[in-house]
Ligand binder design. Structure first.
Ligand code: ATP
Length: 457
């Protein structure tokens, strides 16, 4: 859901700049490009893969590893079709679709502003809206007309159908959560804005099961916690806001949803949804499967159907947001332009670049030795092509926080130069102790985040 009455974004990157940088530097490629591409489908290149791993790791660390009350699962992408009948997706997972009668574009009715076709500009020339189910169908089995099934449109149902398995094997007591990261698929009517909305995407979702009496308190808690997580990735607070859904916007299952929204150049857009799903999903699966999906509370000797709070966010959308938020163009003394991605160290695809001053034979063994020292500790990249100035620019453009330069003095004094991306300051340090020095410097570049009590929602 987007709010288009936002003022112009303070973000310096537009989508065209981002798409071109992402391709030029190996973050994101158009999929099947040698065959002319495949609409709104993307492949992630070496830097994109590194960044996505960092995003997933940061999420898993915050949601599972650093907590005692959340455990992980990985459920199948293609499951029993009954799952999607029970969840309501077969009946109500629709978007309203219209055709422009002038240019024949298919459009999402709720994305049309002022009755104007975004493709051809004609006004008020649309077909009647009809519901279009977003689930992708497939057939399972060795014959073409095998059993019809769906690719999952969200990872959440994997947590609900495994609620009993997880609760019994972990003996968790309420409140507790189940987390999952994985691909989801939706036949989106319009796919635009690069990797913001695609038909194949990756979600990071957590279902937090709690006592019904506590669910509103937990909803507020997760709104604050999730906002803090986005701050911890380095997204600038002025580009983020929380927005409660209006009653008309709420999904069929939701008792209340808040979105973490980002101030993109095209207006405010959803980055993450934090939904209060009530007991809808467990009740539905109990009804359709015939199993009792209640929780027995040993303290009160009562059976309860837990309520669920769900923070759900897309890896691809986080990555685009990080890139757009971090993008900067600076004019240097002398008039040169510098493009920099001011990534926080934990999300930057490369943390430390290793740069020998030149490819001179005398330098190479020393540079390789330094690289060998750093590789086990940091995500590194070794670059010896072109002038050192151009290499600094390349590292700035992919957001590498620190560069380590090996020059001829290194051969004698076993010291290297560390260059800071943000200040461009350089300091000379001994190779002995370099790992600790780099660690301290990376630590100091991590965003400061407010405590949960300091956040108002
Ligand atoms: P929208 O209103 O933008 O269509 P939604 O409200 O349907 O999104 P959810 O079902 O709440 O989205 O999904 C949770 C998160 O998964 C979203 O906040 C987003 O980060 C991500 N996501 C959903 N759909 C897509 C998509 N088509 N492409 C990329 N990411 C997506």
């Amino acid at each position: 859901m987007t709010n288009t009455d936002a003022p112009a974004s303070a973000m310096k990157a537009d989508l065209e700049t981002m798409t071109s940088l992402a391709k030029r530097r190996g973050f994101v490629f158009p999929s099947s490009e040698i065959y002319g591409g495949f609409e709104a489908t993307y492949d992630y290149g070496p830097l994109g893969v590194a960044m996505r791993r960092n995003i997933r790791d940061a999420w898993w660390r915050a949601m599972v590893q650093e907590r005692g009350d959340i455990v992980g699962i990985e459920a199948a992408i293609v499951t029993a079709p009954r799952v999607w009948e029970a969840s309501g997706h077969v009946d109500v997972f629709h978007d309203p679709m219209v055709d422009c009668l002038e240019c024949h574009s298919r459009l999402r009715a709720d994305h049309i502003e002022d009755g104007t076709c975004p493709e051809c500009g004609s006004v008020g020339r649309f077909s009647e809206p009809r519901n279009f189910n977003l689930m992708m169908r497939t057939n399972v089995g060795p014959v073409e007309e095998g059993t019809p099934a769906y690719l999952r449109p969200e990872t959440a149902q994997g947590m609900f159908v495994n609620f009993e398995n997880v609760q019994q094997t972990t003996r968790k007591r309420l409140p507790f959560g189940i987390a999952q990261i994985g691909k989801s698929f939706r036949n989106e009517i319009t796919v635009k804005q690069f990797i913001f909305r695609t038909r194949e995407f990756e979600q990071m979702e957590m279902e937090f099961f709690c006592h019904p009496d506590d669910s509103m308190t937990w909803h507020v808690y997760w709104k604050k916690e999730r906002l803090r997580w986005h701050y911890s990735l380095g997204i600038r607070p002025q580009h983020l806001r929380l927005r409660d859904h209006t009653p008309e916007e709420l999904s069929h299952y939701s008792k209340g949803t808040s979105d973490v929204e980002v101030h993109y150049p095209w207006g405010w857009g959803e980055l993450e949804g934090i939904a209060h799903r009530g007991d809808y999903d467990l009740r539905q699966h109990a009804k359709f499967s015939g199993k009792s999906l209640s929780y027995f509370d040993p303290d009160t000797n009562e059976h309860v159907i837990p309520h669920v709070v769900e923070p759900a966010v897309g890896v691809d959308r986080v990555m685009l947001t990080l890139m757009m938020d971090a993008y900067d163009e600076e004019v240097l003394d002398g008039g040169d332009k510098r493009v920099v991605l001011h990534f926080a160290p934990d999300v930057a695809p490369v943390a430390v670049a290793v740069l020998p001053l030149s490819r001179n034979d005398r330098l190479v063994p020393t540079a390789h030795r330094v690289w060998d020292v750093l590789r086990p500790h940091f995500r590194t990249q070794y670059d010896d092509a072109q002038s050192i100035g151009r290499r600094y620019r390349r590292q700035d453009e992919i957001g590498t926080p620190l560069c380590v330069t090996i020059d001829f003095d290194t051969i004698d004094d076993d010291a290297v130069t560390i260059r800071d991306r943000d200040t461009m300051a350089q300091v000379r340090v001994p190779v002995n102790g370099l790992v600790d020095e780099l660690r301290t410097r990376l630590d100091s570049m991590r965003p400061q985040i407010p405590s949960i009590d300091e956040i108002e929602v």
